[in-house]
Write a protein that binds this ligand. Structure first.
Ligand code: NIG
Ligand code: FE
Length: 399
């Protein structure tokens, strides 16, 4: 048995009520990979291995349910281009954006990509994130998509960060198929998806559905192939244009619909009826210099379990800091500190259908938790832009 003593405040969603509870002067006890007990310092048991939180805040390890960690090279040039007034989708149309990352990944050796992925996984842990969903999507050929997912799985296998892999072959139409998109969609459906499924390289399939990228009809076709091959579904939907992506997410039984900056009331209704978890990506809205954030307050009014994620990627959101997403959630969506915590733990875990194992500190849950450099939850989103993670534990082990 191990114990963490002197917790100033332990803040966690209670998985039974779904509400955030805060316990002062607490201890946390675990055995192997799982939590055994939370209690008050007055009743602390004697234990073999003792860690000291020194009066600081402890929460569950954060869960980042939307990331793109497999890439090579930099798109810093696009950051400054956008800031000088060139829109993201215009850069994409001219061959930059995702396609620029695709060219860089294809030219990179396995070793180069592996080094970058390793660095990226390290970065999540350093910020208090203990589980991520991670997408491919910068290969866009049979070989390069399989290569991307293989490297992600291999690096993750020897890394404390838990990674839920997603196949995103339909991230964009690559350069060589711009005049023949139907052939590319055929390759995604008939060659990539069956290979990814057969080799068990991904749990989910995702599509970027947007004007100028993949249409709702094309997305439906790809999801059909994904489901036939046993992949579950997440969905880049309704980012810039309301096009019925939310309705399609509900129709195909997606576990999450992500971005949603342009979602309309009927789309929110569809997510509700389809039990789809909405994931807002406020770092993307911020980093693209947009002011139309996803209508999160409307989603909360509809009683939807909104999650926040970083969308970590070299183009539209180059951050691994979920603490910063909590801050933007408070400022842009009117979140309380409790809502902010729930959005990056319990609700994010729910979008991955793992809310019975991660995202809470509770008996029987995985012992994934973080000691923060602040003494209570209110302080965590408040001092923003810095990294407050002090000690990160994954499956009971201090990393
Ligand atoms: O989620 N929206 C589509 N895909 C990514 C952007 C990837 C990129 O620009 O490289 C996103 O924002
Ligand atoms: Fe994304």
């Amino acid at each position: 048995m191990s114990i963490l003593k002197n917790i100033g405040e332990l803040a966690t969603v209670n998985p039974k009520s779904g509400e955030v509870e805060k316990i002062s002067d607490a201890f946390l006890q675990w055995s192997g990979e799982d939590v055994v007990k939370i209690g008050l310092m007055d009743e602390i048991p004697n234990d073999t291995e003792v860690f000291d939180a020194n009066g600081m805040l402890v929460t569950a390890g954060l869960v980042d349910a939307h990331t793109h960690p497999v890439f090579a090279g930099s798109r810093a040039n696009e950051f400054y281009l956008r800031n000088s007034g060139v829109p993201y989708m215009e850069i994409a149309k001219k061959g930059g954006g995702i396609r620029a990352s695709v060219r860089m990944l294809r030219e990179s050796s396995d070793a180069t990509i592996r080094t970058q992925v390793q660095k990226n996984l390290d970065g999540f842990i350093a910020h208090g994130t203990t589980t991520i969903e991670g997408k491919s999507g910068y290969g866009l050929s049979v070989n390069d998509e399989i290569r991307s997912l293989k490297i992600l799985n291999e690096v993750a296998e020897n890394h404390p960060l838990e990674v839920v892999p997603t196949f995103l072959g339909a991230h964009e139409v690559p350069d060589e198929y711009r005049e023949n998109r139907n052939e590319y969609i055929r390759i995604v459906c008939e060659e990539m998806i069956p290979k990814v499924a057969e080799k068990e390289l991904a749990e989910y399939c995702d599509v970027f559905c947007e004007e100028g990228v993949f249409s709702v009809e094309e997305s439906r076709k790809i999801f059909q192939a994904a489901k036939e091959n046993g992949l579950k579904i997440r969905f880049h939907a309704e980012e810039f244009v309301a096009n019925g992506g939310a309705q399609l997410a509900a129709e195909v039984g997606a576990h999450s619909a992500d971005h949603l900056m342009a979602i309309e009331d009927s789309g929110i209704e569809a997510l509700k009826n389809g039990k789809v978890v909405p994931i807002a990506l406020p770092g993307t809205t911020f980093f693209l210099g947009k002011d139309s954030f996803a209508p999160v307050q409307k989603m909360l009014k509809a009683d939807l379990p909104v999650a926040l994620a970083t969308d970590f990627n070299p183009g539209s959101s180059f951050t691994q800091n979920l603490q910063l997403m909590m801050t933007i959630g408070c400022v842009q969506f009117g979140f309380s500190a409790e809502q902010a915590l729930k959005s990056v733990t319990y609700n994010a875990a729910k979008s991955l259908k793992r809310e019975d194992k991660i995202g809470c500190i509770s008996a029987g849950f995985q012992a994934d938790f973080v000691v923060w450099n602040v003494s209570n939850l209110d302080e965590l989103p408040y001092l923003f832009g810095t990294n407050h993670a002090k000690q990160v534990f994954k499956k009971g082990k201090l990393i």
